[in-house]
Design a protein around this ligand. Structure first.
Ligand code: ASP
Ligand code: MG
Length: 421
């Protein structure tokens, strides 16, 4: 069996849904499980809705109205006659969402509320695609991914409980997937008390990989609006090329340092089960795209990845004494406890420096804690990270175009430059 994953861009409008249906219809023997994201930018819209609902802001009702209206328009375009036969389930989801927003009891915990609401993007999009396929005589079974992706209750960043997930996928999903074309959601799961959880933004690729691994799929294909994995973002670099083959390890590195075509968590489960991943264009389905597998050759082309929104924490002792093991232990424990991921680190006699994503002030509790522990923390903001694979392919001059280099690190065939604008 194969896993197909379609992202928001592929189902952003009626033409998109029709195109996705035509790709699915090419698979004759029902041997596909299809994972679909929320339509277009609807996850962003739902995020705005959560913010408003949480603050009891009046704008919530108009945001909700627009959200429903845009999906209703799509329904009108996709289903001309007897629309209710096909769209009852979707309309019921609109109502459920409205009731959720009205429910004052849910508004204590922002992250919890977020997962309960934002998950509707995927629930609705999959109902629409499933109904459209049925209306075109393409039999399929819509399944609720929350029955299979079992997680802890860390809302907005839930961790998969692999044992339990494997058990239900094997016992419940596998027999169904062997017989039917399955349409299900990415991104969402079920927490410890049966409540909805989400796996983190852009997490649908990861869902596809989880299903792929646990169903022993022959391959996973991520259908995108780009030709495959490029060696650099064409919007930021000249002369970019498509990478036709990539090893799991190189793909993990590139995704981790910000190549946004693949979600970083996607590769690990596929590598463990040796399942190839294809990244292909839903606009040009005959093009081969990129294949990620246990490919042993080194990258044949230099890759350049640029990531903005970075900040550096420069840590020293109050009296500028040496940074010793004791301090490093404190720093690493604090990074772990406050869930701040340092992706570049360096230390000298009196400094420890690390670069982290600048995300909604997530670093502030860490900074406060380390300050209380008697350390000096200097926070340097507005930084960017440039990661180059095959560093000989880029000159310092080219890097300097992005700003002043304030930290550099070479590791294996990669070089990382932290630049300040
Ligand atoms: N709809 C979710 C998001 O936009 C998940 C995904 O697209 O992968 O973040
Ligand atoms: Mg999305």
């Amino acid at each position: 069996m194969k896993i197909y994953k379609f992202g928001g861009a592929s189902v952003k409008d009626a033409a998109g849904v029709r195109n996705v249906a035509s790709i699915i219809a090419k698979e004759k023997n029902n041997d596909v499980l299809v994972v679909i994201s929320a339509m277009g930018k609807s996850t962003n819209a739902l995020e705005t809705l959560v913010n408003a609902a949480f603050k009891n802001d009046k704008s919530a009702s108009s945001i909700l109205k627009d959200f429903i209206e845009s999906h209703n328009q799509l329904l009108d375009e996709l289903f001309e006659e007897n629309s209710f036969i096909w769209t009852n389930e979707v309309r019921n989801l609109f109502l459920e969402l409205e009731c959720l927003i009205d429910n004052e009891n849910l508004k204590d915990d922002y992250d919890f509320l977020y997962d309960q609401i934002v998950s509707f993007g995927e629930l609705i999009s999959t109902r629409i695609v499933s109904a459209y396929l049925l209306s075109q005589n393409i039999q399929n079974q819509w399944l609720d991914a929350r029955n299979f992706i079992i997680t802890d209750s860390r809302y907005r960043d839930a961790k998969v409980q692999w044992e339990e997930t494997e058990r239900v996928v094997t016992n419940r999903l596998k027999p169904l997937a062997a017989k039917n074309l399955i349409i299900t959601q990415g991104f969402i799961g079920k927490g410890e008390s049966g409540e909805t959880t989400t796996l983190g933004r852009e997490g649908s690729d990861y869902s596809a990989a989880i299903f792929g691994k646990l169903l022993g799929a022959e391959s996973v294909t991520i259908w995108k609006d780009v030709a495959g994995v490029m060696n650099a973002d064409p919007k930021k670099f000249d002369n970019t090329v498509l990478i036709s083959e990539l090893s799991y390890n190189d793909a993990i590195e590139l995704a981790y340092y910000g190549a946004s075509v693949i979600h970083p968590k996607t590769i690990q489960p596929l590598k463990a089960a040796n399942i190839p991943l294809y990244v292909k264009s839903f606009l040009n389905i005959d093009q081969p795209g990129t294949k990620v597998s246990e490919f042993s050759k080194p990258l044949s082309v230099a890759c350049k990845i640029h990531k903005s929104n970075q900040l550096m924490l420069e840590i020293s002792t109050k009296d500028f004494n040496f940074i010793v093991e004791e301090h490093l232990k404190q720093i690493f424990e604090a990074l772990s406890n406050f869930k701040v991921r340092a992706h570049i680190m360096q230390n000298s006699a009196i400094h420890f420096r690390c670069v982290v994503d600048d995300k909604e002030n997530k670093h502030l509790p860490l900074v406060n804690y380390l300050t209380e522990m008697g350390l000096n923390i200097n926070v340097i903001e507005n930084l960017e990270l440039l990661s180059i694979y095959q560093p000989e392919a880029i000159s310092t001059e080219e890097v300097s175009k992005f700003g002043k280099i304030i930290m550099q690190q070479n590791m294996g065939n990669a070089a990382h430059f932290v630049v300040s604008k």
